[in-house]
Ligand binder design. Structure first.
Ligand code: ZN
Ligand code: ZN
Length: 130
């Protein structure tokens, strides 16, 4: 009987974790987590972002493939990036063009630099046929 109760409890945990996961597009993963971890699986499903990303406008979690936020209806896929080079360590990377002209932190050396007026890549490389 105790075993049955424990089993039922575990199933209930899996069901709840599945429900929590379903809202994040990961019902199956939530169920498995609940089944394996019991109450901890629910917690794991709660803290997991699942297959979601955060909307930059309203901070709600939306599906990672979504192009329009289901909460605030703003388009969220038009994130144009441009290459930017860190003047401190020379590391180059992609940055959101909306950040152009503002200060960004280099993910490599963590120095803050202004992206304003950074040269296009072709202009950075000096000509070799001189
Ligand atoms: Zn939104
Ligand atoms: Zn750097």
């Amino acid at each position: 009987m105790d075993l049955f109760l424990a089993g039922a409890f575990w199933i209930v945990c899996a069901a709840i974790a599945s429900q929590v996961g379903a809202r994040k597009g990961m019902a199956g993963a939530g169920f498995v987590q609940g089944l394996m971890l019991g109450p901890l699986g629910i917690v794991a499903a709660l803290v997991s972002r699942g297959d979601r990303k955060e909307c930059p406008y309203c901070r709600e979690l939306v599906h990672s493939q979504a192009t329009v936020c289901s909460h605030c209806c703003k388009g969220i896929d038009q994130v144009e990036t441009s290459e930017v080079r860190c003047p401190h360590c020379g590391e180059s990377g992609q940055m959101n063009v909306r950040l152009q002209g503002s200060k960004v932190e280099c993910p490599s050396c963590h120095k803050v630099f202004s992206t304003e007026g950074h040269e296009p890549r072709s202009a950075v490389i000096p000509g070799i046929n001189s």
